[in-house]
Design a protein around this ligand. Structure first.
Ligand code: PAF
Length: 295
């Protein structure tokens, strides 16, 4: 079935409310479009959680406030018709595709910040990014109302930040992080992978390789945070065009870790690197997730 496409925020809000009044749950997947299998997996997860009579909604909005001045806002792919067709294959009921001035009404001033979770990893490299994400997702949650919202763990920091935000603001939203969907060679699926040239695409495998080295070292008993960080960085440093970070943090609110972890601790190892002009991010939770590349 083709999803209903709604552009008007009031119509989207009414559709979600109507479903809840009928006793059904709402599953919500916020996106910026250019949908790929990773997004469709999130929509299927939303369906699994709300059941056959629940409402599965996907929003498609390229959010201007989360892009820096030298980032790819203007060239970010916009392909609504193709995205709606992709949503149809994943059983999505509603696609909400608002205009920019519907999400940012004239005179708009309000911003949402989650300073602690936004601070490490991408924080210093993308100033204002997480404020833009938190602001637009607060508005999307205000429209969707009580729901289960599903995000990809590829954007681990974003997922943790939005979970923190929903809990801090007492929003009636259950924020769920779903496992990263990977290409057969281990590269995490991302709308930005399409920017990679064929050569760069082949080189991009070093990102899941670096994470895999750390997962394997963890499995052999390595618990020194610096040793795990350094081996990840060493693998990437000479193989990518530039490395923003390879860093480990506590997995919930991304606080700092002790120098040496206990055997059954968890840690999120996250990396951001540029290959050609494309910035790739990826992560793995050590002690919880399998290696991105299985041997
Ligand atoms: O992950 C994304 O696509 C975006 O950051 C989100 C959560 C839809 C907010 O614009």
């Amino acid at each position: 079935m083709q999803p209903t496409v709604l552009h008007d925020p009031a119509a989207f809000r009414a559709r979600c409310e109507q479903h809840r009044r009928a006793g059904h749950r709402v599953g919500f997947v916020p996106t910026m479009g250019a949908l790929h299998e990773g997004h469709l997996t999130l929509a299927r997860e939303a369906r699994r959680r709300v059941g056959p009579h629940g409402l599965v909604a996907v929003s498609i909005f390229v959010n201007p406030t989360q892009f820096g001045p030298n980032e790819d806002f203007s060239r970010y792919p916009r392909e609504l018709d193709a995205d709606v067709a992709r949503c149809a294959t994943a059983g999505v009921d509603v696609v909400f595709a608002p205009a920019a001035d519907a999400m940012y009404p004239p005179g708009d001033q309000t911003r949402v910040r989650v300073p602690g979770v936004a601070e490490p990893f991408c924080g210093p490299f993308r100033p204002g990014h997480f404020e833009g994400v938190a602001t637009v997702v607060t508005r999307l949650f205000a429209l969707a109302g009580e729901c289960v919202a599903v995000f990809g763990r590829k954007d681990y920091q974003q997922w943790r930040l939005l979970d923190r935000m929903a809990r801090d603001l007492l929003l009636p939203v259950e924020v769920v992080g779903h496992a990263t969907v990977r290409e057969p060679d281990g590269l995490a699926m991302s709308s930005r992978n399409r920017y990679l040239s064929p050569d760069d695409r082949a080189r991009a495998r070093v990102v899941p390789e670096a994470l895999t080295l750390a997962v394997n070292a963890w499995a052999r008993g390595e618990r020194s945070v610096e040793a795990l960080r350094a081996m990840t960085e060493a693998h990437l440093r000479t193989r990518v065009d530039s490395l923003d970070y390879a860093d480990l943090r506590e997995p919930t609110d991304l606080g700092p870790l002790p120098a040496v972890l206990a055997h059954d601790d968890r840690a999120v190892l996250a990396v951001a690197a540029r290959i050609g002009a494309t910035r790739l991010i990826d992560n793995v939770v050590l002690g919880e997730e399998p290696a991105p590349i299985s041997s």
